[in-house]
Write a protein that binds this ligand. Structure first.
Ligand code: SF4
Length: 467
């Protein structure tokens, strides 16, 4: 049987036209790029986690589902400042439960990358467009600090460059592609104009473009700093001012160069200025599948897009203090729960060393460096293939997906289900602890009476027994 219109759970494009056929236990795919195929093959991969694992004697060994959840709940409830790190390869429904667990525990909840882009958007706002609008109207695509031909292979063929749209009937022939990147990437080679600026000079180049746009000539030193001549800058502006519908798609190359979120802010200022001449928008190339989803869910639930600290009983947001790398570097957490992410591969070595020292719980589908460090591994269900849910696409459009397979596990139907079951265990554990705390006085007292047969005792105000 052929399953149609399956959503790919790999990159931000969330392609929803995938066809799958399972023949004799083998998976045949259609419309999937190379990156996507490897994820679909995980379904039948022999490396996949098939049961919960607990580290014992330095090795991960099978354990019962209930036992694994119980120990995970014990670790999280007994930690003073746990971190819940939720990756992007799971559904918004799982994000919701993860955030609720964080609020209940007074933990910190954070997610993968994209923080600088979100902060830049918070500073400057966003003139955005859906990928469908770009397909139908867009006649100028600017790729700045991103290489979608390799990081999001079907973005150009489905939306940005090659498809025929309502006002772009000749597809690629009706579009101009401009790439701004220090590297000669595949995308740059496929462009009409490549601006090869010097590394880390994005802010200066955008500033110079804004200066030119306002009718002034930038200081001559900018040519040396950026490696781009004023003549080329004027050529860029000429393309931007004279298009009908332009988009600057930014990627991690822009947000991770010095200036970080200020680069996004000034790029947005450029987009705002360009709207005086033509319709112009800013897009984000998100290389992880539901990277846009966490900000959406966390923002509508608590008002902040990432790095939420619930320690005081209400959400607090301060990037640089309540964000994962900073917490690990300051040794400010005492347990971590990593959900659908390979955190260890994304953090600096000093942070990785500290992560190794604290109790670590992982929820994932296949082994990765983070799971090898974990004390407990909960097997993950693959979203969009084995359970339903919602992803947010790179342009912040929600995409609902339905599975074509059942969950491979009897004990859980989805990652959302796993988190809900864990939440129940956490609540039970907390209730038990509070009952014990409330009743520690009479129990201790009764026990003492039995064992020591002593009735002439009293308790100090701090609860100490005195005779
Ligand atoms: S472009 Fe991204 S979402 Fe589309 S098939 Fe490739 S990996 Fe999957």
């Amino acid at each position: 049987m052929i399953h149609k219109n399956i959503v790919c759970p790999v990159c931000g494009a969330a392609c929803d036209d995938i066809q799958i056929e399972i023949k004799d236990g083998k998976i045949e795919t259609k419309n999937v790029c190379k990156m996507g195929i490897s994820r679909f093959k995980e379904i039948t991969s022999p490396r996949r986690f098939k049961q919960p694992l607990l580290k014992f004697g330095g090795k991960l060994r099978p354990v019962s589902w209930d036992g694994a959840l119980q120990i995970a709940a014990d670790i999280l409830t007994s930690a003073k400042r746990p971190l819940i790190y939720i990756g992007s390869e799971t559904s918004c429904e799982a994000y919701e439960v993860g955030l609720m667990i964080g609020e209940y525990l007074g933990a910190i909840v954070d997610t993968v990358g994209n923080g600088a882009i979100v902060m830049g958007t918070q500073e400057a706002g966003k003139v955005g467009a859906t990928e469908g609008q770009k397909k139908n109207k867009g006649d100028l695509m600017v790729y700045w600090g991103t290489n979608p031909l390799e990081s999001m292979p079907r973005q150009m063929s489905r939306y940005g460059v090659f498809p025929r749209g309502y006002w772009t009937k000749r597809g690629r022939f009706d579009r101009t592609i401009l790439t701004v990147d220090p590297r000669k990437t595949l995308t740059a080679k496929a462009s009409d104009l490549q601006v090869q600026l010097k590394p880390d000079s994005d802010y200066e180049l955008v500033s110079a473009l804004l200066t030119l746009l306002n009718g002034r000539v930038p200081h001559h030193s900018v040519e040396e700093i950026t490696g781009v001549s004023v003549h080329v800058m004027e050529e860029m502006l000429d393309l931007m001012k004279n298009c009908n519908f332009g988009t600057i798609s930014v990627g991690a190359g822009l947000s991770s160069s010095p200036g970080k979120y200020r680069n996004i802010e000034i790029a947005m200022s450029l987009v705002k200025e360009l709207n005086k001449y033509s319709k112009f928008t800013l897009g984000i190339i998100r290389s992880h599948c539901n990277a846009a989803g966490f900000s959406q869910v966390a923002s509508y639930m608590y008002g902040y897009p990432f790095g939420l600290d619930f320690m005081r009983g209400h959400p607090r947001y301060n990037p640089g203090e309540f964000t994962t790398v900073d917490l690990l570097r300051e040794k400010d957490i005492d347990a971590a729960f990593v959900i659908c992410a390979d955190l260890l591969s994304q953090i600096p070595p000093d942070c990785a060393t500290y992560l190794e020292e604290i109790p670590l719980i992982c929820l994932d589908t296949i082994p990765c460096p983070t799971t090898s460090l974990s004390d407990i591994v909960l097997p993950g269900v693959i979203d969009s293939m084995e359970c339903e849910g919602t992803f947010y696409r790179l342009d912040d459009v929600p995409v609902y997906f339905e599975p074509f397979l059942d969950s491979p596990f009897k004990f859980t139907q989805s990652n959302e289900d796993t988190l809900k079951q864990l939440f129940e265990k956490i609540k039970e554990k907390k209730n038990q602890d509070s009952i014990f705390q409330d009743s520690v006085f009479p129990f201790t007292y009764i026990d003492d009476l039995k064992t020591q047969n002593c009735s002439s005792r009293s308790y100090t105000s701090s609860g100490q027994l005195s005779f």
